[in-house]
Design a protein around this ligand. Structure first.
Ligand SMILES: C[S@@+](CC[C@H](N)C(=O)[O-])C[C@H]1O[C@@H](n2cnc3c(N)ncnc32)[C@H](O)[C@@H]1O
Length: 276
């Protein structure tokens, strides 16, 4: 099985949002499971690796392997680990559907198999979850977290934000991905063979409201709308035009300027315990 196109691509505006991520701000569901310093972790779809390197620093006697199909982003992740002086991490170009081709990745080999904001970008998230289960040892966990675009919210109201929201979700669906997957991660885990009683489901949010947070969040969406692979996908899908995307970028700039601006990104989280 192959993965489809990654909707956002790895433009600087996209990597800026991924590189901000840490265990603390992006994996609150996982923190209680990181108490053993010898854990073996697999990070699936690691992107530029800031969460991965943070995970590795929390398991100094253990190790982290991280995979991502993008050669460029894996290069960036390796550089980030080097700069942070973290050595117990290995980044490999690879795909969750082809893990058998990757050296050192074995079925049942990991205490934790983690994927952050990845399942929403896959056309077959259920098969991915099944592969993640196979990679987890008995007694280990699969940990996933994805946002739910249908649950995102903002203040104050702005007509243009609806246009952004509708276009983003329609474009993701046009490449057969689910932008609202955060609300059904537990259901996917059940379909993958985890009994409901072995699944912890939770929700946590990112909030962007201070001037700095608004500048960062709104600025990156303004840029993403006009410069990243997302723009190409919108145009290819025929769902929007260059003018639509320019208008959406303008909306984001206006939202950034609103002193009472507030944005909530709701993330669904699942810890699935592999007891079989
Ligand atoms: C939204 S990014 C998340 C990056 C990182 N986990 C983070 O939260 O910062 C999604 C990543 O999944 C990767 N990806 C896409 N398809 C994949 C697949 N089949 N197997 C593994 N990773 C995949 C993309 O290349 C991209 O880097």
């Amino acid at each position: 099985m192959s993965s489809g196109p990654y909707l956002h691509g790895h433009h600087a505006s996209v990597l800026r949002s991924h590189s901000w991520r840490t265990v603390e701000n992006s994996c609150p569901h996982l923190i209680p499971h990181l108490t053993n310093p010898s854990l073996k972790i697999l990070d699936v779809g690691c992107g530029p690796g800031t969460i991965t390197v943070d995970l590795a620093s929390r398991v100094p006697q253990g190790s982290v392997v991280a995979i991502d199909p993008s050669v460029d982003v894996i290069e960036k992740a390796r550089k980030h680990a080097e700069e942070k002086g973290i050595a117990n991490v290995r980044f490999e170009v690879g795909d969750i559907f082809n893990w058998k081709d990757i050296d050192g990745i074995d079925g049942g080999g990991f205490d934790i198999v983690h994927a952050h904001q990845v399942l929403q970008h896959l056309q077959d998230p259920l098969s991915a979850m099944k592969e993640m289960k196979k990679l987890t040892r008995k007694g280990g966990i699969v940990a996933v977290r994805d946002c739910d675009y249908s649950a995102m919210n903002h203040y104050p109201p702005h007509e243009g934000m609806q246009k952004w929201h509708d276009l983003y979700r329609a474009t993701a669906k046009s490449i057969k991905c689910d932008p609202d997957i955060g609300k059904r991660l537990h259901a996917i885990a059940m379909q993958a063979g985890f009994p409901r009683s072995d699944i912890d489901a939770s929700v946590s949010a990112w909030t962007f409201s201070t001037p700095e947070e608004r500048a960062w969040w709104c600025g990156l969406w303004a840029e993403r709308s006009t410069k990243s692979d997302y723009k190409t996908r919108v145009l290819e899908s025929g769902l929007g035009t260059e003018e639509d995307l320019e208008e959406i970028a303008q909306t984001w700039k206006e939202m950034e300027g609103k002193e009472d601006g507030w944005f909530a990104v709701i993330n669904g989280e699942v810890i699935a315990h592999n007891r079989s």
